[in-house]
Design a protein around this ligand. Structure first.
Ligand code: NAP
Length: 279
């Protein structure tokens, strides 16, 4: 079974499912990445902030580099020009590769010039170290600034997205501007798996609640990167592409939005502490 992809502005294909790796390290992350790449996944998501790039790099060395799509992210404390370049080169070293398919600004940082950050991203792109540039956890307003400033396309906005936090206005803004939406925490860190509607649909289709939630996102043209420490969960989470939700059931899931994040609480107003700004 092959996994569909979204075409980025560069023409590169980004597979619709990737292996999430936040908060797992050591053998756990290595087993997860291996389980994914030995199965249907050809896409891995990490970040300098996850502190697991070296361990992931050891696994990636066993696979053909052109066969997988690799994302990393630069921390919000490293967004001045020189630090972006250095952070990327350090990530490349740890991951054992000479390019990233996608490099993301992990979180916006209002204390550092976005123009400076994007100039560094453009340098990395021109040098071939980064094939596609993107952002993460950007509001529509922050994304509009990036789109105005950047000389390279902003290919992706990786944002919290799941049936309890659907963010229709932000997703629509991304779509209008040819920015692919990638779902961080697509399972709402398991919170949404016990939702009555999700459970009911899962039972009717003889699927797991996780498969229902992930399939719904894929049908919304959103790339998903579920994380699991269980090779069995990784395998079953990837079984999304030989079945579909009926339109009615898809609409039922559209109807369970609670505007309820599991991690991106500042998304609501950006008046509180900004993650990483003081690092
Ligand atoms: N850009 C950002 O700021 C940002 C923020 C958050 C996340 N992310 C990215 O998105 C990835 C996913 O997000 P996340 O790790 O926060 O949460 P998530 O993928 O929504 O949820 C992970 C949780 O779901 C469980 N799980 C996975 N598959 C399951 C299944 N089939 N049945 C039951 N439980 C299952 C996992 O437990 P088990 O280990 O027991 O399977 C784990 O506790 C991250 O790893 C990271 O790569 C990015």
């Amino acid at each position: 079974m092959s996994v569909p992809s979204v075409t980025l502005p560069s023409g590169d294909e980004m597979p619709m499912i990737g292996v999430g790796t936040w908060d797992i390290d050591g053998e756990t992350v290595q087993n997860s990445v291996r389980a994914g790449l030995d199965g249907v996944y050809t896409h891995v998501d990490t970040a300098e902030g996850y502190r697991n790039e070296s361990e992931i790099g050891e696994v990636l060395a066993d696979y053909d580099r052109e066969e997988f799509f690799l994302t990393s992210k630069v921390l919000p404390g490293n967004l001045d020009y020189d630090s972006v370049i250095e952070a990327c080169e350090d990530s490349l070293d740890r991951l054992g590769t000479d390019y990233l398919d996608l490099y993301l600004i992990h979180w916006p940082n209002p204390a550092i010039s976005l123009r400076e950050t994007l100039n560094a991203m453009e340098t990395l792109h021109d040098d071939g170290k980064v094939r596609n540039v993107g952002v993460s956890n950007f509001s529509a307003y922050q994304l509009s600034n990036a789109l105005h400033i950047a000389d390279v396309p902003i290919a992706v906005n990786q944002i919290e997205f799941h049936p309890w936090f659907q963010r229709p206005e932000l997703v629509e803004y991304c779509r209008e501007n040819d920015v692919a939406v990638e779902a961080a925490a697509p399972l709402a860190r398991t919170d949404v798996l016990g939702d009555d509607t999700v459970e009911d649909i899962a039972e009717n289709y003889d699927k797991t609640p996780a498969q229902v939630v992930l399939r719904w996102a894929v049908e919304e043209s959103v790339v998903v990167i579920p994380k699991s420490s269980s090779p069995d969960h990784i395998e079953s989470n990837g079984q999304l592409f030989d079945w579909e939700l009926d339109e009615d059931d898809h609409q039922r899931l559209n109807g369970i939005d609670r505007d309820q994040p599991v991690y991106d609480h500042p998304a609501k107003d950006w008046t509180g502490d900004v993650y990483g700004i003081a690092e």
